[in-house]
Design a binder for this molecule. Structure first.
Ligand code: NAD
Ligand code: IPM
Ligand code: MN
Length: 362
């Protein structure tokens, strides 16, 4: 088994180092190879996703990714910006299915900005389509308007689009995930989030998800407009089981869901293609505001490594061991600043990683 390690920018290298430390004590038969990606790759090679980095990820069984981006690259031409690296990896590897599980550990109910009764016991799964939608639709660009409210003015435009097969395959992923969760005691329900009341793209989305749903009579399906979904996520998050939605809505809703778990530093993710190859990364970004300070929460990345062992490397026991170790360090009361609450012990990134290692080997 081969794992590509792409730490990236900002807190990326700090949190990935902790996840690699955790993987290394498991004594599993895998090799790793590390490469630059994002802003640091641009600095070194003039491109955020160098060919060698892309090839490494393509040839690996799985990729562990940190985060990319920094404000200092925001004025570069778009194809050279760090964010294009993660978008390029998703597109080139065909990583269309993004799993973002939002689980509120009982130990963290007081770290959430919501009342404890709203989040205690929360366990929802957001499935975000990751290679379509307005993120990748063509045409896009800037031009001089020839119509609209201000003909002759500079304008910019993007294209929101989904094809039937793209919706079908992500719908199948969602229904199958709900089925798996149901077998493990889950509710067996998919909520498809759309904006069919306004957008053609999401009318097709809703129609196709409804059709596919008929193949899963054991799974309940409901539909919700995205604005209401944003509201319900903070009003009564536990009413959701599996949420399936498009690329942009999923981006936004998953950051909101992150706060239900206590911090975005707790939300892992898996991005899978149809061959079972995956890229695993925390749902958060490079957090330039805290980079280099040794305070970033590495748990989302460590939990992403656990997802990698389960989904791409066929090591479910090792994955469960990591998850149990994370649970243990939280029970011990260790907290990075983002999940700190009164009566717990504030620790840094490295100390948190060391504690997970200790829980694994001790
Ligand atoms: P962000 O997720 O990096 O940070 C948002 C806030 O959350 C910040 O206050 C940050 O300090 C905090 N935070 C994030 N991760 C944390 C962690 N592990 N522990 C503690 N606190 C944490 O989002 P942003 O500030 O909007 O974006 C920063 C940069 O990251 C941008 O360049 C953006 O494009 C990029 N980004 C990259 C990815 C990715 O690589 N997949 C994802 C999101 C954003
Ligand atoms: C995420 C990030 C990315 C996205 C950016 C960095 C391209 O926000 O993974 O959620 O929008 O998908
Ligand atoms: Mn995002």
């Amino acid at each position: 088994m081969k794992i590509a390690i792409l730490p990236g920018d900002g807190i990326g290298p700090e949190i990935v180092a902790e996840a690699v430390k955790v993987l290394n004590v498991l004594d599993l038969p895998f090799e790793t190879e590390t490469a630059l990606v994002g802003g640091c790759a641009y600095d070194a090679y003039g491109h955020p996703l160098p060919d060698a980095t892309l090839k490494l990820a393509q040839d690996a069984d799985a990729t562990l990714f940190g985060a990319v981006g920094d404000w200092k690259y925001d004025t570069l031409d778009r194809p050279l910006r760090p964010e294009q690296a993660i978008l390029g990896l998703r597109k080139n590897l065909g990583l269309f299915a993004n799993f973002r599980p939002a689980i509120c550990y009982p130990q963290l109910v007081d770290a959430s900005s919501l009342k404890r009764e709203l989040v205690a016991g929360l366990d929802i799964l957001i499935i975000r389509e990751l290679t379509g939608d307005i993120y990748f639709g063509q045409p896009r660009g800037r031009r001089i308007a020839t119509d609209g409210h201000f003909p002759g003015a500079e304008e910019a435009f993007d294209t929101m689009r989904y094809s039937r097969p793209e919706i079908e395959r992500i719908a199948h992923v969602a229904f199958q995930a709900a089925r798996k969760r149901k077998a493990a005691g889950g509710e067996g329900r998919v909520t498809s989030v759309d904006k069919a009341n306004v957008l053609e793209t999401f009318q097709l989305w809703k129609d196709v998800v409804t059709e596919i749903g008929q193949q899963y009579p054991d799974i309940a399906l409901d539909h919700m407009y995205v604005d209401n979904a944003a509201m319900q996520l903070v009003k009564a998050p536990k009413k959701f089981d599996v949420v399936v939605t498009g690329n942009m809505f999923g981006d936004i809703l998953s950051d909101a869901a992150a706060m239900l778990t206590g911090s975005i530093g707790m939300l892992p993710s898996a991005s899978l293609n149809s061959k079972g190859q995956g890229l695993y990364e925390p749902s958060h970004g490079s957090a330039p505001d805290i980079a280099g300070k040794g305070v970033a929460n590495p748990l989302a990345t460590i939990l992403s490594a656990a997802m990698m062992l389960r989904f791409s490397l066929n090591q479910p026991e090792a994955a469960a061991r990591i998850e149990k170790a994370v649970d243990q360090v939280l029970t011990l009361g260790l907290r990075t600043p983002d999940i700190y609450s009164e009566g717990t012990k504030r620790v840094g990134t490295v100390e948190m990683g060391d504690a997970v290692v200790k829980a694994l080997v001790g």
